[in-house]
Unconditional design. Structure first.
Ligand code: FES
Length: 111
């Protein structure tokens, strides 16, 4: 892919020690499996060649409700994402610009 992406998907895979004051990170809540599920979708649908970008990343804030996924440029945050949700986010949000309502972060968190 060259140039700015159409959409950039960030998936939190932050790992922290169990006794960390902010609790365990998204890695312990399944973030790596979510990232892998997005990788599988990207490979299957050749999304890199179609202008999409996927990055595994560190903490984006609401750790206790992760795994956290953010889609830019619109800045939509999803919480509690499961691996099977990756396909839904790709099918509905990336392909048709329809954010997946049931996974959206509340405005108090990401308003
Ligand atoms: S550790 Fe994933 S949002 Fe904080």
């Amino acid at each position: 892919m060259h140039g700015k992406p159409k959409k950039h998907i960030l998936v939190c895979v932050q790992r922290r020690p169990q006794d960390h004051p902010r609790g365990c990170g998204c890695a312990d809540r399944g973030g790596a499996a979510v990232y892998q599920a997005f990788l599988d979708e990207f490979a299957k649908l050749e999304l890199w060649d179609k202008g999409f970008l996927l990055t595994d990343t560190g903490c984006m804030g609401p750790c206790d409700q992760g795994p956290t996924v953010v889609v830019w440029p619109e800045g939509v945050m999803y919480l509690g994402v499961k691996p099977e949700d990756a396909r839904v986010i790709v099918d509905e949000h990336l392909m048709f610009d329809q954010p997946v309502e049931r996974l959206l972060a509340p405005k108090e968190i990401w308003g």
